[in-house]
Ligand binder design. Structure first.
Ligand code: GAR
Length: 215
């Protein structure tokens, strides 16, 4: 069985989207993959409740109880590794990770970022896209490297920016497509249709088409 470990910090709607698709398509039988655990750095994260309600192991590892970023990353790495993950999915995980963590899961760790990378790494992406006058915005799923929001791009979802948009309405429109994009990328990775090679995401044309999503 291929083990998936999902890291969250809050709401966990992307985790839910992946869970729903994995159950609807019976990934355990069809691709031999299962969500083994959901881990949050914030104990109050709503996604932990969702995980428990669905019979998935839910664990909180509170970053505030560690003296340094590196100590937290070592403990988090040990916890994640204890599930022997084939894939680590960052889904709204809002901590900057050091190489102590990222090096350990290179090539088998994904993140979703709410912008069309390489535009707008970091925070406040919707505000920044509106401020810059962008006519499209969206989200990116990428391999995680030691550079913040800087790893190889796998798939992107594109939405229009409307003159009446606020950061919240733009985020909501983007989130709808995130829930299509992330499960699709996770599935493609688990099926061996996407891999990291020499710092780039490698896939065939059909997969690249599937992982470019337009509103
Ligand atoms: C998502 O929109 C995701 O793109 C973003 O946080 C939200 C989490 O929502 N991630 C980042 O900003 C990472 N830097 P969710 O908890 O409902 O999945």
């Amino acid at each position: 069985m291929k083990n998936i470990v999902i890291l969250i910090s809050g709401r966990g709607s992307n985790f839910e989207a992946i869970l729903e698709r994995s159950r609807a398509e019976r990934w355990a039988e069809t691709i031999g993959a299962d969500i083994r655990a959901v881990i949050s750095n914030r104990p109050e994260a709503k996604g932990l409740v969702t995980a428990k309600q669905n019979g998935i192991e839910a664990v909180a590892l509170d970053h505030k109880t560690f003296a340094s970023r590196e100590e937290f990353d070592k403990a988090l790495g040990d916890l994640v590794a204890s599930y022997e993950p084939d894939l680590v999915v960052l889904a709204g995980f809002m901590r900057v990770l050091t190489p102590v963590f990222t090096d350990r899961f290179e090539g088998r760790m994904l993140n979703i970022h709410p912008a069309l990378l390489p535009l707008f790494p970091g925070l406040h992406t919707h505000e920044r896209a509106i401020e810059a006058g962008c006519r499209v915005h969206g989200s990116t799923v990428h391999f995680v490297s030691s550079v913040l929001d800087g790893g190889a791009i796998i798939g992107q979802a594109v939405v229009p920016v409307l003159p009446t948009d606020t950061p919240d309405t733009l985020a909501d429109r983007g989130l709808v497509l995130e829930h299509k994009l992330y499960p699709a990328v996770v599935k493609a990775f688990l099926e061996g249709r996407v891999r990291l090679e020499d710092g780039r995401a490698v896939m065939d044309d059909a997969t690249a088409r599937e992982l470019a999503i337009f509103a």
